[in-house]
Design a protein around this ligand. Structure first.
Ligand SMILES: Cc1cc2nc3c(=O)[nH]c(=O)nc-3n(C[C@H](O)[C@H](O)[C@H](O)COP(=O)(O)OP(=O)(O)OC[C@H]3O[C@@H](n4cnc5c(N)ncnc54)[C@H](O)[C@@H]3O)c2cc1C
Length: 390
């Protein structure tokens, strides 16, 4: 079977679903193909750090209100460095912002997005629809997927890949630059003796950065990064030893750690697709760029891809959707934000964590200086809150 569709989105994760919702809210019909069964992602406890700018986008799409009950505000970011007394505090009230950002679970976010999509007439959302091939061409992009044992072919005027970057192999014409950090991130939920008071802790250690994000009334989401072998060893510890080790590594800011949930790890890499568009084809979200999670930039940059693409499509005449000039205009608007996100993240990883520099005293002083240098602080807050537009 083959059918013609104007816009086909591949992947209904938070980025693909946001694109679909944003298009539908502008009266633009689209077809979304998602490999997982309906609702399969709604229990995913992975914690996502949403910037304040992301909240504003979700608010405009009408999904912030149902999500707010599941979001924990970050009012202060406490940045410190192991072995140094330097530290800096970024505070929402200094900026006149309600919050610097929010922590939500992946499941809560996809659940409100899916619900909002279901409320739209004209949304064609196909679950258990796994795409095996995309074939961009000069007249359109052919998308081949299977659903419940049936093989289906769609011809799209514009196909948008938002699959998180893990499913489809290389696509001719698109190059992926990848830098492996050789580090893993361990993520889990932990509870501690002291309440979080809506403070997110970023701690830089010679082994790699770690973060404790407030999540729920008392819990924290932990991101602990380090060399692959070291993180795999920590992953295998029994709970009690793990909690003691975490306390030793993180220090005493929130007292002792009391419990830890399921632990999982994933490899850290910086990767970027270049270009991100071909005629009748665009790649957005994690599929287009992957960043180290240190500054919570990656997901937010991906969401801005979806938002910006929907704006460009809404402004263009439908007959031009997918044309080279239209997609190049989109790619141009995203270039600076993506590059800055990648550079900023890489800068943080290197300046604070890399022992090659051998100047930890200077870096400690750097944090202290940052605390009194308000333009630098404002830059950091804007970057974390809004990305390139901050
Ligand atoms: C294991 C892991 C843990 C992470 N932990 C954190 C964390 O703790 N904090 C944080 O901020 N970020 C974390 N991230 C990053 C974060 O998950 C991403 O930034 C975010 O999910 C990107 O959203 P996305 O919609 O681009 O991609 P995804 O969330 O990956 O969504 C892609 C969607 O496409 C679907 N799909 C894939 N292939 C196909 C196909 N062939 N056909 C149809 N559908 C397809 C998938 O089922 C999925 O629903 C983690 C990433 C991974 C891989």
């Amino acid at each position: 079977m083959s059918a013609n569709h104007a816009i086909v989105i591949i992947g209904g994760g938070p980025v693909g679903a946001t694109l679909a919702l944003s298009l539908l809210s502008r009266g633009i019909a689209c077809t979304l193909l998602e490999a997982r069964a309906r609702g399969a992602s709604h229990h995913d406890q992975r914690a996502l750090a949403l910037s304040y700018g992301t909240r504003l986008i979700l608010q405009r799409l009408g999904v912030w209100e149902p999500l707010a009950a599941h979001a924990t505000a970050i009012n202060t970011i406490h940045i410190s460095q192991r072995g140094s007394i330097g530290r800096t505090l970024l505070q929402a009230e200094d900026q006149g912002q309600e919050a610097l950002g929010y922590v939500v679970s992946y499941g809560a976010l996809t659940s409100v997005l899916d619900q909002a999509l279901a409320n739209h007439d004209g949304a064609q959302i196909l679950h258990e629809a796994e795409v095996s091939e995309v074939l961009p061409g000069s007249a359109g992009t052919r998308v081949i997927f299977s659903q419940r044992g049936r093989s289906i072919v769609l011809d799209a005027q514009l196909a948008v890949l938002a699959d998180g970057g893990r499913s489809l192999g290389s696509i001719p014409g698109l190059e992926r630059e990848t830098r492996e950090y050789g580090h893993d991130a361990l993520v889990s939920k932990v509870s501690a003796e002291l309440p979080h008071n809506n403070i997110a802790y970023e701690r830089f250690t010679p082994a790699g950065p770690m973060a404790l994000l407030p999540n729920g009334e008392r819990d924290f989401s932990l991101v602990w990064t380090g060399e692959q072998q070291a993180i795999q060893q920590v992953l295998a510890l029994d709970d009690e030893v793990f909690l003691t080790e975490l306390h030793r590594h993180f220090g005493d800011r929130v007292g002792r750690f009391l419990s830890v949930g399921k632990r999982m790890s994933f490899p850290l890499r910086l990767s970027r697709l270049n270009p991100v568009v071909l005629p009748h084809f665009a790649v957005i979200g994690n599929a287009a760029q992957t960043m180290h999670p240190v500054a919570g930039q990656g997901f937010n940059v991906g969401l801005r891809d979806a938002w910006e693409l929907s704006l460009q499509l809404a402004e263009a005449a439908p007959a031009t959707w997918g044309e080279t000039s239209m997609l190049h205009a989109y790619a141009k608007t995203r270039q600076r934000d993506t590059r800055n996100g990648l550079l900023f993240t890489d800068f943080l990883v290197n300046i604070f964590s890399n022992e090659i520099l051998g100047v930890s005293g200077l870096r400690g002083a750097g944090l202290g200086l940052l605390d009194i240098a308000s333009p630098a602080k404002r830059f950091l807050i804007n970057k974390m809150s809004f990305g390139a537009r901050g």
